[in-house]
Structures are given as C-alpha cells and as structure tokens.
Ligand binder design. Sequence first.
Ligand code: HPA
Length: 270
Amino acid sequence: MIEKVNETVGSLKARGFESPDVGIILGTGLGALADKIDVEQELEYKDIPNFPIATVEFHKGKLLYGNLSDKKVIAMQGRFHYYEGYSLAEIVFPVRVMKYLGIGKLLISNAAGNMNMDWKKGELMLIDDHINLLPDNALRGNGAPQFGSIFTDMSCPYDPDMNKKLAVIAKENGIRLNQGVFVAVSGPNLETRAEYRYLRNIGADIVGMSTVPEVIAANQMGLPVSAVSVLTDDCDPDNLAPIDIEEVLNTAREAEKDLVVLFSELLKRI
Ligand code: HPA
C-alpha cells in the first residue's frame, strides 16, 4: 500500500500537484465548489496511477488542483463508495495520497438522509460524531505502520477548531448549520422504516453511505478533518414517503450554495 501511495504521489507531483494545503472531498451532487477553484491542474481518475475508477455516472471522477480562498487545494470531484464494489482500502487510498502530497487538513461533504424531525431537508449538518455500521474497516489488515496505529483513537474524530469556525461562519452568513451524529451504512438501497427507527434509536441524526472510512483513515494519519452533510431527504419512520434518488440529487444541488460559502470562508480562516 505505501509503495502504491508513493508511486501515485510521485506521479501527481510530476504533473504539478505540488504541496497542497487542504484536501477537499466533494459528495454526491455537490460538485459546485469545484467551479470556484482557480484550477491549475486536473486529472481524471482513470489517468492517475493506482486510483480506483469512478463507476457511478453522476460522479465526475476528477482530481483538481488550484487556488481557492488563498489556499492551495486538492479536490476530489466525485468519491468512491463501498456500494460501488470497492474495498475500503481502495476508498481511503486517495486520502492517503493527499496526506502524502502534503495536505494539513481535510474537508468532506456528503448527502445524507435526515432522521431528526427538528430539522428539514435542504438544511446542512456539521458532523460532530459518527457511528460506523459499514461491514468492514479500512484499517483491517493494514500492514503499513507509516500511516499510524490501526488502533486509531476516535475520541474526537472531527476537528474541534475547524468545526467551531464553521459554526461561526454559518451564523455570520445566516446559514442554518445543525450539529449531530452521522451513521454510515453500506447501501446502496435506502432504509426501511424499521431501519430508520433503529438508526435514530441508536443515536444517529442523519444517515449516509460515505465519509466514515475517509474520516477513520484521516484520524489514523493525524490529519484534522471536518465534514458537512446536506440533508437531502426526510426520513421519518412514522411518515415515510418513497425516496427518489433524483430528488436527493436535486436537493443536494439546491443546498450546495451554502456549503460553498462555509468551505470557502473556512479556507480563509485556517
Ligand atoms: N439513506 C442513506 N443514505 C442516504 C440517504 C438516506 O436516506 N439520503 C442520502 N443518502
């Protein structure tokens, strides 16, 4: 694994992806931040050695490098999901590559179903903590001590300093930013009413199919991370309407402008 990471890092450096400050992973339907980047280099995943190849058509599958809010950023437009068939080691591979390219912080966005009835779809949630229900772990059998201990401490998985700043930025800009617990499930099917009820009862506010593997890998490597979810559908087990994936994507696109404000302002303050 470490050899592959080094090979990919070398290849990206040779193509001008030099010393980024911050890595950004853009979630489903959340590519607009990429339009704000003053792009210097871009590569499709299929042209990057050892990168998995994006399979879901609404993920563009491009790695971008450039300037955003006076920071050098590297952004993944389109991420890899467990439900696409990748191993979790493959899913976190780009996070390891970004860390070895030199990023000092990682920002993640995603789309998630909302189970907290005080909140509504279209709003955002800053992830304060998570529950991992994925049936595997990216650190399992990972024999590369350079990445850190596989017994990674997860007592504070999301960076308190960046999270505090995001809350302030939201307030300043009149953006409603809820805070709570994200639960990761494998998907790709959406949940039954009984499953939403269960997920709520075990302490989650929102549910999604991504992010947690990348956050675990970031914590293992000592990389501070913050993640913001767009609430794309209301998941009230007592009143559940059929969930249409197109609607999920549309809601994500509509809420995206707030996410762009949060991330681009945060970059100025870190
Ligand atoms: N469940 C799981 N993942 C999701 C959902 C959901 O309701 N909405 C967006 N991603």
